[in-house]
Ligand binder design. Structure first.
Ligand code: COA
Length: 200
């Protein structure tokens, strides 16, 4: 567990977090994007033995952020439409996937997102990932998604218009359907990038 400013801590996600993650996702991502089954599925797929690649941020007992990350072999595509493995330097089976990350605006820009990502990257690497793929939300407020991923070293590969248009949820920006754009981004993992001890 790592201490952050304002007593926000980052730890591995647990089964007991599912309901709170759904509530936060409904508010920040949009109603219906993640139900309890979807969160449980993400948590299950992100866990290999004692190594958990998905994380939550907690302040005063309340979950204020989450990140889902999937190890190699536990994913084939993202939530939306479009994937360009032919443009990556490393084959899909050796890549992890950064699925979704949100931090409550009241604690954004305090290192919470970076702490969850760093913990995830270390564990993905421990599980054999040599690269990580993600789909950045191009229209995120203040361009925070692209900035955040770029600061982590991700590089843009390709853009997909209407990436989430088939997802049955109420986008916080567009309602239904979502017309947001995804920027597929890739991070090569080398050396001791983001090495972290496993959390439970
Ligand atoms: C993207 C997000 C998860 C980052 O979490 P965070 O805790 O705010 O980020 P951190 O404090 O760890 O900062 C990491 C970098 O993100 C960027 N960033 C974070 N918040 C930002 C904001 N409000 N405006 C501009 N850039 C921002 C900055 O580049 C920052 O690095 P820097 O301060 O060294 O320049 C969070 O801002 C968020 O939930 N945004 C809306 C949802 C979203 O876009 N999610 C998709 C992420 S792939």
């Amino acid at each position: 567990m790592s201490a952050l400013e304002l007593a926000v801590t980052v730890r591995a996600m647990r089964g007991s977090d599912v309901a709170a993650v759904v509530t936060l996702a409904d508010r920040l991502v949009g109603a219906g994007y993640y139900d309890a089954d979807a969160v449980s599925d993400m948590l299950s797929r992100s866990t290999v033995g004692s190594v958990v690649c998905s994380h939550v941020a907690v302040r005063s007992g309340e979950i204020v952020g989450f990140r889902f990350s999937l190890p190699p072999g536990r994913w084939q595509h993202g939530r939306g439409r479009g994937l360009s493995p032919e443009l990556w330097p490393i084959e899909l089976d050796a890549c992890g996937y950064f699925q979704t990350a949100y931090v409550d605006p009241v604690v954004q820009r305090q290192g919470v997102g970076r702490a969850m990502a760093t913990a995830a990257l270390g564990n993905l690497q421990r599980l054999g990932a040599r690269g990580v793929v993600t789909h950045c939300w191009k229209e995120s407020p203040n361009n925070s998604s692209f900035r955040y991923l770029s600061r982590l070293g991700f590089e843009p590969v390709r853009e997909f218009a209407d990436y989430w248009v088939d997802v049955d949820y109420d986008c916080v920006r567009d309602g239904r359907p979502c017309h947001c754009t995804a920027i597929e981004m890739f991070l090569a993992l080398t050396g001791s990038t983001g090495s972290q001890e496993a959390e439970s």
